[in-house]
Design a protein. Structure first.
Lengths: 171, 602
C-alpha cells in the first residue's frame, strides 16, 4: 500500500458540473468502469443561480492515468471544467471530522488536552463521552484520530476532502 | 368560423404551440430532418406510436427485435453520415437495445435512441416492464436523458441530436415516461444553426502552432506513414478528399484501420492495406519501422498495437483526434492535436503549401523500396485448387463482380469479416459497415437493412458467417416486409471460425463448443421467409453463381460452402509484437510462438 502511494502520487481533482440528476453517478461510474481509484469524494451545489455543483476527488495513479482521468472527466457532457489542483500550483485542502470518544478519568482529561492542541471543539458532551469536531488537511485529521484511539475512540464521521487553489484565480 | 379555421389561426398567431408530449417528440424529430425511425412498439410507447400514425413525414421501419433496430440505425448512420434514430419500448425493449448502443459507443456512430419508460409516478416501483434504463445505459451512451416535464421534451430532443452528432459522435438515449408523452406541453422550434450546448464544447480546428510543428516533422521524415481510421469517415467525405490530397501531395504510404476502410481508395498504389491483427505484412512492418507516424482519426486500439512495449519503437508519433481522452491513452505520442480530423488535415495542407515543404525524395524512394520488398511477400496470396471454395476466393470474386456497381457492404463478426476487410477493396467512405470495437456477431444483417432503407437503389451485401448471421436471423422478416433486395453472402464453414482458429493456435486444437452441429438448411430458411435461397459450393461455377445471386430480384440468401478449416492470415497473435506475424501455409511463417501472457489476452 505504501509502495503504491509512493509510485502513484495522490492528486486532488476539482470538477465543476451542471447540477443535473445523475451527474454524480456519471462521475463515479467513470471511475469504477475504468478502474480508477477514489480515495475521497465530496460533492455539493456551489452556485444556485447557475445550478452548478463542485465535485472534489482525491485519486492516485501515474501521470498517464491522471491525464486520462482528467480527459475522461472532461468528456462527460455535463462537465464545465476540470482542474487538477495538485498539478496546477499550490492549493488548500480541508477535511472535517466528527469523532466520538468514550471514557472517564485520566483518559477523558487527556482527550480534552489533545483536542485543545489540535484546535478541535467538543460539540457534544455527556459525563462519559465527547464528540469532537476537527478540521484540517487529511494528515492532521488522521493524526488526531490516531491519538484518540487509546483514549476511547468509538466512532468517526469524515466529510472527505474539499480543496481550492490559492491566489486570486478561480476555476 | 369553423373549428378548423380557429385552430389554424391559433397556430399562425401563437409561436409556441401546445401539443401532447408524443406530438412534440415527432415534431422535434421532423424539425431535425429525421425521415426514418427503426423501432418496435410496446405498452410504454403507445402514445408515440399513436402520434407516428397521425403523420407522414417520418417512416417507421418495424424490426423483429430491438437489437436489430439499433444495428439498422447504425447501418443507416454509417452509410449516410446522418444520425440513426431508434424507438423502443421500456424494460425489455430498452435492455435489448443495450448491445447496439454499446456497439455504437465503441465505433463512434451517431444514434438517438428513444426508449419508453413507465409513468413518472411508477418509476422505482418495479412496475411492469420497468427497467432503470438511465442507469443501465449510462456507461454505454455518450449521454442520456430522462424527460420529466413535457415542456422540456423539445429542448431535450434537439440537445440529444446535438450531442450525438457533434464532437466524437456516439449514441444518446432519451428515456420517455408514458405520462410525459400523454401530457400537454409547449414546443418552440429553436434555431438549430446557432444551437449551443451549455457545457459541451467539442473542439473544431487544431492548434495552429502544433499543426505547424506536425507538418515540419512530417516534411523531415525519412520513413513516414499515414495511419488513418474511422474518424475520417465520421468527419465526412470532404475530410477523406482532403486526406487524398495530403497523401498524394506528400507521396507517403498510407494504411487504414478496419473502421477507416474507404477513407482512402484501396486501389491506389500508396495504400498498403489494412493494418493490425489481421492487417497486411507490409502495413504492420511499415508501422513498426517508420520514423514518423501520422495517426489521423484512429485510436491505437489493442488490435492495432499488439504488445505495447514493442509498438513502433523508433518513430515520432503525431496523433490527431477529436477526443482528448484518445491521446496518450494506450501509446505515448510526441505530438497530440485535438480537433476535427478533416479540419486539421485542411490546416496541414495549407501549412505544407504555405511553407513550401517538400518530401525528402531520396529517403522516400528508399522507404518505398523497403515497402515493396514487404509487399512482394504477397501476404494475402492463396491457392484456389480442388473442389472446395476457399473463403478468400469467394470474397475476391464477389468483389470483382460487384466493384463497378453502387455497392455497400456490411459484415457480421469473425473470420469472414477479416477476409472481407482484406479482399474487398473500398474506394470511397461510407461503403463499409462493420462492428469494429465491440465485435458484435449479428450486426451485419440488421445493419444491411438500415443501409438499404437509406439507399433503396443500391446493391447492399451482407458478407456473413453462418454462426453470426444466426444471431439476428429474424431480421430477414424485416427485409421481406419492406421488400429490401439484400444479398446475404454466407461463408459457411460450419464453425465459429475465428474462435476455432484461436483454439487451434492457442489451445492445442481443443475445439470446445465451436462446431455447429445443427445448422438450418439456409435455402429452406430463405424459402420460409419468402426470400430466395441458393447453395454455392463449386469453385468452377462460383462466378456464375454469384452473378445469379446478383441478378435475382429481391432478397437472396446464398449459402456458400467454403473450406472448413481455413485460417485467417496474416495474424499477429495476442501478446506478440505487431511485426511478428503468422502467415498462411503458402508463405514462410515468421510468427512468434504464443506466450503464456498472450493466452490471457483477448
Amino acid at each position: 500500500m505504501s509502495m503504491e502511494t509512493e509510485v502513484n502520487p495522490r492528486h486532488t481533482i476539482a470538477v465543476l458540473v451542471d447540477n443535473e440528476p445523475g451527474v454524480l453517478a456519471r462521475v463515479v461510474g467513470l471511475f469504477s468502469g475504468r478502474g480508477y481509484n477514489i480515495e475521497s469524494l465530496t460533492v455539493a451545489e456551489v452556485d444556485t443561480t447557475l445550478d452548478r455543483s463542485r465535485i472534489n476527488i482525491v485519486t492516485s495513479g501515474d501521470q498517464m492515468i491522471i491525464d486520462q482521468i482528467r480527459a475522461q472527466l472532461e468528456r462527460l457532457v455535463p462537465v464545465f471544467n476540470v482542474v487538477d489542483l495538485t498539478e496546477e500550483g499550490p492549493s488548500i485542502e480541508r477535511e472535517l471530522a466528527l469523532v466520538r470518544v468514550v471514557g472517564k478519568g485520566e483518559n477523558r482529561i487527556e482527550a480534552l488536552r489533545v483536542a485543545d492542541i489540535f484546535r478541535a471543539r467538543a460539540v457534544d458532551s455527556t459525563l462519559g463521552s465527547f464528540v469532537f469536531e476537527v478540521t484540517g488537511d487529511s494528515n492532521k485529521v488522521n493524526a488526531f484520530i490516531d491519538l484518540m484511539r487509546p483514549l476511547g475512540l468509538r466512532e468517526v464521521s469524515r466529510t472527505g476532502v474539499v480543496a481550492i487553489a490559492r491566489g486570486a484565480e478561480s476555476m | 368560423m369553423s373549428a378548423t379555421e380557429q385552430s389554424l389561426m391559433d397556430s399562425e398567431t401563437v409561436e409556441t404551440r401546445t401539443m401532447s408530449g408524443a406530438e412534440i417528440l415527432i415534431r422535434a424529430l421532423t424539425d431535425q430532418g429525421v425521415d426514418v425511425i427503426f423501432g418496435y412498439p410496446g405498452g410504454a410507447v403507445l402514445p408515440i406510436y399513436d402520434a407516428l400514425f397521425a403523420q407522414n413525414n417520418i417512416r417507421h421501419i418495424l424490426v423483429r427485435q430491438e437489437g436489430g433496430a439499433v444495428h439498422a440505425a447504425e447501418g443507416y448512420a454509417r452509410s449516410t453520415g446522418k444520425p440513426g434514430v431508434v424507438l423502443v419500448t421500456s424494460g425489455p425493449g430498452a435492455t435489448n437495445a443495450v448491445t447496439g448502443l454499446t456497439d455504437a459507443m465503441m465505433d463512434s456512430i451517431p444514434i438517438v435512441c428513444l426508449t419508453g419508460q413507465v409513468a413518472t409516478h411508477l418509476i422505482g416501483n418495479d412496475a411492469f416492464q420497468e427497467a432503470d434504463t438511465i442507469g443501465i445505459t449510462r456507461p454505454c451512451t455518450k449521454h442520456n436523458y430522462l424527460v420529466k416535464d413535457t415542456n422540456e421534451m423539445g429542448r431535450i430532443v434537439h440537445e440529444a441530436f446535438y450531442v450525438a452528432t457533434h464532437g466524437r459522435p456516439g449514441p444518446v438515449v432519451i428515456d420517455l415516461p408514458k405520462d410525459i408523452c400523454v401530457n400537454q406541453g409547449t414546443y418552440e422550434m429553436p434555431d438549430l444553426a446557432s444551437l449551443r450546448h451549455k457545457t459541451y464544447r467539442p473542439p473544431e480546428h487544431g492548434d495552429a502552432a502544433q499543426v505547424r510543428a506536425a507538418v515540419e516533422l512530417m516534411a523531415g521524415a525519412k520513413r513516414p506513414l499515414f495511419y488513418t481510421g474511422g474518424g475520417l469517415i465520421n468527419s465526412g467525405p470532404e475530410a477523406c478528399a482532403k486526406l487524398r490530397e495530403l497523401v498524394q501531395l506528400t507521396g507517403y504510404p498510407i494504411t487504414n484501420t478496419l473502421m477507416g476502410l474507404g477513407a482512402y481508395p484501396a486501389s491506389d498504389n500508396q495504400f498498403i492495406g489494412m493494418l493490425g491483427m489481421h492487417g497486411t505484412y507490409e502495413a504492420n512492418h511499415a508501422m513498426h519501422d517508420c520514423d514518423v507516424m501520422i495517426c489521423l482519426g484512429a485510436r491505437f486500439d489493442d488490435r492495432i498495437t499488439g504488445r505495447l512495449d514493442a509498438f513502433s519503437p523508433g518513430s515520432k508519433k503525431i496523433h490527431v483526434d477529436i477526443d482528448p481522452s484518445s491521446i496518450n491513452k494506450n501509446i505515448h505520442v510526441d505530438l497530440g492535436i485535438i480537433g476535427d480530423v478533416g479540419l486539421v488535415i485542411g490546416q496541414m495542407l495549407d501549412c505544407w503549401k504555405a511553407e513550401g515543404h517538400a518530401p525528402d525524395r531520396a529517403a522516400l524512394a528508399d522507404w518505398w523500396t523497403v515497402i515493396q520488398r514487404w509487399r512482394s511477400r504477397d501476404c494475402l496470396a492463396y491457392h484456389q485448387g480442388g473442389d472446395v471454395i476457399l473463403p478468400q476466393h469467394a470474397i475476391k470474386r464477389l468483389y470483382e463482380l460487384t466493384k463497378d456497381k453502387d455497392v455497400y457492404v456490411t459484415t457480421e463478426v469473425g473470420q469472414h469479416q477479416m477476409w472481407a476487410a482484406q479482399y474487398y477493396k473500398f474506394e470511397e467512405p461510407n461503403r463499409w459497415m462493420t462492428s469494429g470495437g465491440l465485435g458484435t456477431m449479428g450486426y451485419g444483417l440488421p445493419a444491411a437493412v438500415g443501409v438499404q432503407i437509406a439507399h433503396p437503389e443500391a446493391l447492399v451485401i451482407d458478407i456473413a458467417g453462418e454462426a453470426s448471421t444466426m444471431m439476428n436471423i429474424q431480421e430477414i422478416s424485416t427485409a421481406m416486409q419492406y421488400r429490401l433486395p439484400l444479398k446475404v453472402f454466407i461463408l459457411n464453414n460450419r464453425w465459429m471460425g475465428m474462435v476455432r482458429q484461436w483454439q487451434q493456435l492457442l489451445h492445442g486444437s481443443r475445439f470446445s463448443e465451436t462446431y455447429s452441429e445443427a445448422l438450418p438448411d439456409f435455402v429452406k430458411l430463405a424459402d420460409a421467409f419468402g426470400a430466395t435461397g441458393m447453395v454455392i459450393d463449386d469453385p468452377k461455377t462460383l462466378d456464375d453463381d454469384i452473378q445469379r445471386m446478383l441478378d435475382t430480384d429481391g432478397m437472396v440468401i446464398a449459402d456458400v460452402r467454403v473450406a472448413q478449416e481455413e485460417n485467417c492470415f496474416p495474424m499477429v497473435p495476442s501478446g506478440a509484437a505487431h511485426n511478428e506475424m503468422l502467415l498462411g501455409t503458402d508463405q514462410d511463417g515468421v510468427g512468434a510462438p504464443v506466450s503464456a501472457a498472450g493466452q490471457a489476452l483477448v
